[in-house]
Design a protein around this ligand. Structure first.
Ligand code: AMP
Length: 399
């Protein structure tokens, strides 16, 4: 079965077409500036040329139509007709407490995704738009929703409850949800394969470190705690998000800057994190370069990030009463050997020992710990699209 994976934002749409016979990527691409003017980058993986041009996209429906046109065209295509596409899998950001697993989309699922809009007011409406656009262009092709939050629904109450009046949870659904669930699930399964042990017998800690970062404690294949919270701002300091801070700072800043809570929350989301501290960049490559040239605030931002990751990993070792493997993934986790090494230096008390030679490898699933390391440490490039495609296939085939 060939499966189209869609990740829809408010003005963008990322896609991949996968052949699930052997899980190969057939094509991938990106629609940008939807609703403004429109631009499509389409990359077939079969040797045909890349398409990289403006295409009018007044709405997501024209964007999906343009993607299907390229996927089936003689010049840029990878399939002969739309009929070859057996199903569509959508990344949906928030499933609230309604979805603990992926699900085939029908009218009641659409209603439930819409009910979660207050929890993800920027993301869920875009996801709904993407699903509706696919239905408009592709008709009755089965569609599946894969939620970023679903994997974390296994967290126990002691991990997801905030210490605030309980009715804010019962009435307004304020609790820790966690995000990046598809990524944490993918790398945990892959780590079990690499370790040669069943996933349900392992205690794993997955460090997804990209522009957004979160850590997940995975006991027996189930998420038991994670660092992001009610929204993705919580936990670690990130590219531009502040991570955990004292909530009283909001009132203090409102009183002393004249900004309201909305403006300040925007600053905490978009101008904070390593960008805010360094004043240099949200990109860890720029920070590495600036720190190497002696920029003290860039160095501080990097140190804060590494320290926060190490503290969270330590907390999750305690939460699970042990750890059988630590995983690094996403942009920083997969590419920054220095960041990985700095974090692992904090973990010597666990018996973690890194091999410099192994840690220098890039772009493949690999152990970076020495053979003698008491806890194995792995780098596993994440592949959220593959998880979405696998779930979609399994659900459509009734597995
Ligand atoms: P992601 O959100 O997973 O796409 O990760 C994006 C981030 O990965 C970028 O903002 C960079 O900070 C980081 N990144 C990518 N390549 C490298 C690298 N070679 N060294 C350090 N950081 C990197």
């Amino acid at each position: 079965m060939k499966i189209l994976v869609i990740n829809c934002g408010s003005s963008s749409l990322k896609y991949q077409l996968l052949d699930m016979a052997d899980e190969t990527l057939l094509a991938k691409g990106l629609c940008e500036r939807i609703g403004i003017d429109g631009h499509l980058t389409h990359k077939p993986q079969n040797g045909k040329p890349v398409f990289n041009e403006d295409v009018a996209m007044p709405t997501h429906t024209e964007a999906i139509a343009a993607v299907l046109d390229k996927l089936t065209s003689a010049e840029y295509g990878v399939v002969s007709s739309m009929k070859e596409i057996g199903a569509v899998g959508h990344r949906v950001v928030h499933g609230g407490e309604k979805f603990a697993a992926s699900v085939r989309i029908d009218a009641s699922v659409m209603d439930a995704i819409a009910e979660c809009i207050p929890l993800a007011p920027l993301h869920n409406p875009a996801n709904i738009t993407g699903i509706e656009a696919c239905r408009a262009v592709m008709g009755d092709v089965p569609q599946v929703a894969v939620f970023d939050t679903a994997f974390h629904q296994s967290m126990p109450g002691k991990a997801f409850t905030y210490a605030i009046p309980y009715e804010y949870y019962t009435d307004l659904k304020v609790r820790r949800y966690g995000f990046h669930g598809t990524s944490h699930r993918y790398v945990a399964r892959r780590a079990a394969e690499m370790l040669g042990k069943p996933l349900d017998a392992l205690k794993l800690i997955s460090c997804h470190m990209g522009n957004g970062s979160s850590i997940c404690a995975i006991d027996g294949g189930k998420s038991v705690d994670t660092s992001m919270g009610f929204t993705p701002i919580a936990g670690l300091p990130m590219g531009t998000r502040c991570g955990d801070i004292d909530v009283s700072i909001l009132e203090y800043l409102a009183a002393n800057t004249g900004k309201d809570v909305k403006e300040l929350t925007n600053i905490l989301n978009k101008k904070s994190g390593v960008l805010g501290v360094s004043g240099v960049s949200s990109d860890f490559r720029d920070l590495d370069a600036a720190a190497a040239q002696g920029n003290e605030r860039a160095r501080l931002a990097l140190e804060m990030f590494q320290y926060a990751v190490a503290k969270t990993v330590g907390g999750y070792v305690a939460a699970m009463n042990g750890v059988d493997g630590i995983i690094f993934t996403a942009g920083v986790g997969e590419n920054s050997a220095d960041t990985r090494a700095a974090i692992c230096r904090y973990l010597g008390y666990l018996g973690v020992e890194i091999s410099d030679e192994r840690n220098a490898k890039r772009g493949e699933d690999t152990f970076i710990s020495t053979d003698g390391s008491r806890v194995p440490v792995m780098v596993i490039p994440t592949n959220e699209e593959l998880v979405i495609a696998r779930d979609t296939r399994d659900i459509v085939e009734g597995k």
